[in-house]
Design a protein around this ligand. Structure first.
Ligand code: ADP
Ligand code: MG
Length: 258
């Protein structure tokens, strides 16, 4: 799948009387890792949820790979999203968690049950191929030894790797992460930053990564977009944003010496 570019124009969102997004213009370039950085409550998650199709904008447009996605349901946007809260299927093994997206997208519904499916050679071969793909990605994420465990038997960092694996395995054209490391402890967080960047590079998938943590944005991003109070205040390379803040509010948030 070609990594997609994204074009956001005049995007606004109101909840009741609250203007949560105010005429946001933003481009995400094909294949880049873009960090959306801003304080809690500035509208980052709302923007991601609109990209994913979980929320409709009050005004403005979103185009992915040159096409408006207005009214296109989440399942038809070819987007994967990782949440802060993992959201793994608790009753399924790690292997089954990671196989599910490929089973849903490749096998007809009547053959998705393991027992029914294995009766037919074609379905059996497809399941075997899916199993191999899961093992390959699990190796890259260093969770290959955990494939037969249930989520309850994993540490926080291991759950997060599984959640990332499950999201990315379909090779979506757009990958969205909403503060995916915020529930991990500091040591694991910095280790995972490097691994996420390496994985994103290897897959080349266009990625929007939401964080309120400036260190995370500085160390991971190709480009940083600083949001405050529903607006985009600045976009640029990490060092440029840090050393040349264009608003007092950005400088204050980043702690840039005046
Ligand atoms: P961030 O992710 O940057 O912390 P959010 O996008 O979650 O910010 O929220 C931005 C603002 O919108 C917050 O004030 C939040 O309370 C409000 N908000 C988010 N979702 C809803 C909703 N479904 N209904 C009402 N207000 C909401
Ligand atoms: Mg949020």
């Amino acid at each position: 799948m070609m990594p997609a570019d994204v074009e956001i124009r005049g995007l606004s969102k109101r909840f009741g009387a609250a203007d949560v997004l105010r005429a946001v213009d933003l481009d995400v370039r094909s294949g880049e890792l873009l960090c959306l950085l801003g304080p809690s409550g500035c509208g980052k998650s709302t923007l991601l949820r609109i990209l994913a199709g979980f929320e409709e904008p009050s005004a403005g447009t979103v185009s992915i790979a040159g096409r408006s996605v207005a009214g296109v349901p989440p399942s038809e946007r070819d987007i994967a999203m990782v949440f802060q809260s993992f959201a793994l299927y608790p009753h399924m093994s790690v292997r089954a968690n990671m196989m599910t997206p490929l089973i849903m997208s490749r096998l007809p519904f009547w053959s998705r049950q393991p027992l029914l499916g294995t009766l037919l050679p074609g379905v059996r071969a497809a399941r075997r191929e899916i199993g191999l793909e899961v093992e390959r990605l699990a190796g890259q994420l260093r969770i290959e030894a955990l494939l037969d465990r249930k989520p309850a038997q994993l540490s926080g960092g291991q759950k997060q790797r599984v959640a990332i694996g499950r999201a990315i395995i379909r090779q979506p054209r757009l990958f969205l992460m909403d503060e995916p490391l915020s529930s991990l402890d500091a040591g694991l967080r910095s280790e995972m930053r490097g691994e996420l960047v390496a994985l994103q590079r290897r897959l080349g998938v266009t990625t929007v990564y939401v964080t309120h943590d400036q260190t995370e944005a500085m160390t991971m991003a190709d480009r940083i977009v600083v949001m405050m109070d529903g607006r985009v205040l600045q976009a640029g390379a990490p060092l440029a944003v840090f050393h040349e803040p264009q608003h007092v509010a950005v400088a204050r948030f980043l702690g840039t010496p005046a």
